[in-house]
Design a protein around this ligand. Structure first.
Ligand code: C5P
Length: 300
């Protein structure tokens, strides 16, 4: 085998409930992940050393050194296998960078699946999930895909039965937001207001909406505790969300730590029209229609 190609989806959080700050700097979460049809591609080719090249819409914003999570993933996998391996990773980006859609995590998950195949390791899915959890809180979900509840810092997953498809529009902003900074702003806001931070609980209304495939109900149950912090750091997002609501979205929410905004639409055509209208209103850099749930990282 000289080359392996893997496709990995972006995610949106349908519920992101953030518990108190832990001693290790993370927060306990209830995080309902939903994989959507915006895909990065990771191609792994035989090579002496571990190296990465990035292509596509957001390529110039992605690090190609050790800061690249896909490189870290390849090295962690080689270490797990107890050998030195090389690989050239070519990442074709479609997922917004630092956009709250787990783009970096997707590339790491893609690298794990691609290198496992390229190097002929044959490691089971459970081993990849374990390595993924050490790489970042969202990497296991990028492997799994579908719809799932993440607890702990988001890495402990259980699958959620979801009918679908659900139709979405993602309004991509100019520039990204640092996840760590958004969590820190969330803590700061909570401290400033003296807000009592409850232990996060999964929303039964949200689970019912997913099971029934009820887009109207799902739109009403979307929740993101990081949204006030993201809006504080990027005030223009309030107008983006409001515009989507005025244009008839069933739900409007910041995706994860932002700044991408997610809008739920009744059907595919409505989503396409909403994307055009959001772009026309000048409240985002681009707007992309997509559907979910879709499967996690897989070889194509
Ligand atoms: O796990 P990951 O590297 O993606 O997390 C990035 C940052 O987001 C962490 O350094 C932390 O500041 C914040 N985070 C958090 N609680 C979580 C997940 C992430 O505070 N459950």
């Amino acid at each position: 085998m000289s080359s392996v190609r893997v496709r990995v989806p972006a995610k949106v959080n349908l519920q992101l409930s953030v518990g108190p700050l832990r001693d290790d700097g993370y927060h306990d979460l209830v995080n309902v992940f939903h994989a959507v049809s915006i895909f990065d591609e990771v191609v792994a080719r035989e090579s002496e050393a571990v190296a990465v090249r990035v292509e596509g819409s957001f390529a110039d914003q992605v690090p190609t050194d050790e800061g690249n999570l896909a490189i870290q993933a390849a090295k962690a996998l080689a270490k797990h296998a107890g050998r030195t391996y090389g690989v050239e990773l070519i990442i074709r980006k479609a997922i917004p960078v630092a956009g709250g859609m787990a783009g970096g995590s997707a590339d790491a998950a893609g690298a794990l699946v691609a290198c496992n195949e390229l190097w002929g390791l044959g490691l089971p899915f459970e081993d990849l999930m374990e390595i993924a959890g050490d790489l970042g809180s969202d990497v296991p979900f990028s492997l799994l895909g579908g719809t799932a509840i993440g607890t702990g810092r988001g890495e402990q997953l259980s699958e959620v039965p979801a009918s679908g498809p659900f139709h979405w529009v993602f309004a991509v902003a100019d520039g990204g937001l640092s996840t760590a900074k958004v969590y820190a702003e969330c803590d700061r806001l909570r401290e400033a207001t003296g807000e009592e931070v409850a232990w996060p609980q999964v929303s039964e209304g949200l689970l019912d909406a997913l099971r029934l495939g009820d887009a109207q109900a799902l739109g009403a149950h979307l929740v993101n505790d990081l949204q006030p912090a993201a809006l504080m750091l990027r005030q223009s997002l309030a107008r983006t969300l409001e515009t989507g609501r005025e244009l008839g979205a069933l739900g409007a929410i910041v995706s994860g730590s932002g700044p991408t905004c997610a809008f739920l639409a009744a059907d595919e055509e409505t989503a396409r029209n909403l994307a055009v209208a959001l772009e026309g209103a000048g409240v985002c850099r681009t707007a992309v229609a997509a559907h979910g749930p879709v499967r996690g990282a897989h070889i194509v």
